[in-house]
Design a binder for this molecule. Structure first.
Ligand SMILES: Cc1ncc(COP(=O)(O)O)c(C=O)c1O
Length: 365
């Protein structure tokens, strides 16, 4: 089975398993796990922040960040397809008690005007106690539902500048920030410097089994540690898993180009197949999203699965596939062959002769 469901499906390498087996550990809750501390130091340094805190998941780092930036009843600006808003179990409402206000991003990228429009215009005739105060603006780079879209740096700067002028705290969901850097050559810390807090994941493209980190100022991270503890995130000899994350951080960032090439190879190999719609120029990093028109995406992915390719449906008419470090060029070619066979079979049954359907908007998951 070729498993392209997600870059989270990666398996630890032998060297990573060795690092895990030999990790010195302490007690993370008492703040003395040396491997966790080393990881936190390296992440803070890499992102140009004063401090960082290791947690189990990207969901936890994002949601702890939201909680630490806000108080219940505050409003937060999210892109309409943000992972933090759509795919984190309703946590902004449940954990932080915040009111999401949605921005009309295109593949996750919105404009300073979108932010201004969401903030509205205050006037002395209008009581400012009526709207929920907007405290936080969140961006996601690269954008998952947006198909691995990289925020153009000038746009990111302009949006963050506007957010700052309007007194908002700024959080970056950088689960795949490494991929933005691999695609553009712009260092992670150059993206990160515009934000008060940045969440990064080791368990996706970097290939570690578990973990994410949240970086920010010393005071902010101290507050974040309180909320980490509050939701049961204190995890004792966490150095065991932090060792995998540290190994990934030190050794796997450079190889991400290979995943991007595999994503482009996959996209080029299937664009133009009957009943498949895909804009190859939109493949900027490791995520490939495409539309299917000859039958529902759910059925399409089941046919692929029956032939040995495991991918995810994305909404009613979209499919998502993501190569990662255990996926070889040979497997990408096999994935292309399987998709070709299924697309052609479907086309024959449905009488479709050329590419079709709308390009997957990424509006599914
Ligand atoms: C952009 C983005 N942010 C956050 C997360 C959450 O990470 P986790 O699955 O570790 O909770 C994901 C997971 O896929 C993601 O794609």
């Amino acid at each position: 089975m070729i498993d392209l469901r997600s870059d989270t499906c990666s398996q630890p390498t032998k060297a990573m398993r060795d690092a895990i087996a030999n990790a010195p550990v302490g007690d993370d809750v008492y703040g003395d796990d040396p491997t966790v501390k080393a990881l936190e130091r390296e992440v803070a340094e890499l992102l140009g922040k004063e401090d960082a805190v290791y947690m189990v998941t990207g969901t936890m780092t994002n949601q702890v960040a939201i909680r630490a930036h806000t108080e219940p009843g505050d409003a937060v600006l999210f892109d309409q397809n943000a992972h933090v808003y759509i795919l984190e179990g309703g946590a902004p409402a449940a954990f932080s008690g915040v009111l999401p206000r949605l921005l009309p991003g295109v593949r996750g990228v919105f404009t300073p005007e979108d932010v201004s429009n969401a903030l509205g215009v205050s006037h002395r005739f209008f009581p400012n106690t009526i709207p929920a105060p907007v405290k936080l603006l969140c961006l996601e780079n690269t954008h998952n539902i947006g198909g691995g879209k990289v925020w153009p740096i000038e746009r990111l700067q302009a949006v963050c500048e506007l957010g700052r002028q309007r007194g908002l705290a700024l959080h970056l969901d950088g689960a795949r920030l490494w991929h933005a850097t691999a695609a553009t050559g712009i260092p992670e810390r150059e993206y990160a410097r515009h934000f008060d807090s940045v969440s990064v994941c080791f368990s996706k493209g970097l290939g570690a089994p578990v973990g994410s980190a949240l970086a920010g100022s010393r005071d902010f991270i101290a507050r974040a540690r309180r909320f980490k503890q509050q939701i049961g995130g204190g995890f004792r000899q966490a150095g065991i898993i932090a060792a995998g994350a540290l190994h990934a951080l030190r050794n796997h960032r450079e190889r991400l180009q290979e995943d991007h090439e595999h994503a482009r190879m996959l996209a080029n190999g299937i664009a133009g197949l009957p009943g498949i719609s895909l804009d190859v120029s939109a493949i900027e990093t490791n995520i490939v999203r495409f539309g299917v028109s000859s039958l529902p995406a759910g059925t399409f992915v089941e046919r692929l699965y029956d032939k040995g390719l495991y991918v995810l449906p994305s909404g009613a008419d979209g499919v998502r596939a993501i190569p990662y470090l255990n996926i070889t060029r040979q497997q990408v070619q096999e994935a292309i062959d399987i998709i070709s066979v299924v697309a052609q079979e479907n086309a024959r049954n449905a009488g479709v002769s050329g590419p079709g359907g709308k390009v997957s908007s990424g509006a599914g998951y």
